[in-house]
Design a protein around this ligand. Structure first.
Ligand code: MG
Length: 319
């Protein structure tokens, strides 16, 4: 006998923390549908996102470098897959619903314009008289209206908790989203910090020497790797340093969030929503180190004319 949704829901009750978002407790979908047989509601949502047209289009959207600039560089699609993997890991470590965190991560960038933030600025100008353009709003428009594949409703008809994670909390006034949504949000940041370092080095715009001198996160990880592995060949050293940075970021979020959740005394997903502050957070010390890295990346990578030029040329196509 195949494993049923009811069995999967029962497993969630056994293995997840009481403040997790249980798929069996969903607030449901805008249009009523028969529940899935062998998947949970959030597993169905995940499959709908993966099979959407907007998901496939992520392949051609700029993360930092215009698609085609280099075979190894990230696009929005590979970025999204990395965010989903990191979201699952953090959610699992905190005994939260990995399927929900993963689904929100997979959908988080669907509404991005082509050609990065320059593309968004141009679209916002062109759409001024028609409600403007903002990528988070557009992600919701895609999943609620623009995808046209089901005969009985527009959009993907995703569960309330997935749409909540994309910024919509209709019908429930709360200060925060589920812990799973908070994870997807923070995993986005962890992912792009680490892969932008990798792509920055790959493209030659960043150098290990400069990073070691200016970015403490890099120099800490470099020292650890040297201690553990001694001298490594260039490519594997870079890979292991970046892996170490991701590990340090995840460990910090998991350990710090665990303390915050415990101190907040939350006993349900709705307690989390009504809590005054987000409970998935980096420690203060790590927050400071991340700010240093962020400033460095803005100055030396994101605002670098070599990154900008191909996107600026492409943006002219939009008008
Ligand atoms: Mg993102």
């Amino acid at each position: 006998m195949p494993r049923t949704r009811q069995e999967l829901e029962a497993i969630e009750r056994q293995i997840l923390a009481p403040y997790a978002q249980f798929s069996g407790d969903t607030r449901g979908r805008a249009h009523a549908e028969a529940p899935p047989e062998w998947r949970t509601q959030y597993q169905r949502d995940r499959d709908r996102v993966i099979h959407s047209r907007a998901f496939r289009r992520l392949e051609y959207k700029t993360q930092v470098f215009l698609n085609g600039s280099g075979d190894h560089l990230r696009t929005r699609l590979t970025h999204t897959i990395e965010v989903a993997a990191i979201s699952r890991n953090i959610a699992s470590a905190l005994k939260l619903n990995s399927d929900l965190a993963e689904t929100i991560a997979l959908a988080h960038d669907l509404g991005h314009s082509p050609f990065g933030h320059k593309g968004e600025t141009v679209l916002a100008r062109l759409m001024k008289g028609h409600g403007g353009f903002e990528h988070n709003q557009h992600s919701l428009r895609i999943v609620e209206q623009l995808e046209q594949k089901y005969p009985n409703f527009p959009g993907l008809n995703l569960s309330w908790e997935v749409r909540e994670g994309l910024g919509k909390r209709k019908g429930f006034d709360a200060k925060n989203s589920s812990l799973e949504a908070q994870i997807a949000n923070l995993a986005d940041e962890i992912t792009y910090y680490s892969h932008d370092l990798d792509d920055g080095l790959d493209s030659g715009l960043l150098s290990e020497k400069e990073l070691a001198a200016n970015v403490r996160i890099w120099s800490h990880a470099e020292k650890l790797v040297k201690k553990q592995y001694g001298k490594l060949a260039d490519e594997s050293r870079r890979y292991i340093i970046i892996r170490t940075i991701i590990d340090m970021q995840i460990r910090d979020v998991v350990e710090n969030s665990e303390k915050l959740i415990y101190a907040a005394k939350v006993n349900s997903a709705d307690d989390v929503r009504l809590h005054a502050k987000p409970l998935i957070q980096h420690s203060k010390e790590r927050g400071k180190l991340n700010l240093e890295l962020r400033k460095y990346l803005y100055k030396n990578l994101y605002y670098n004319p070599i990154v900008h030029q191909p996107n600026l040329r492409a943006v002219k196509l939009l008008g």
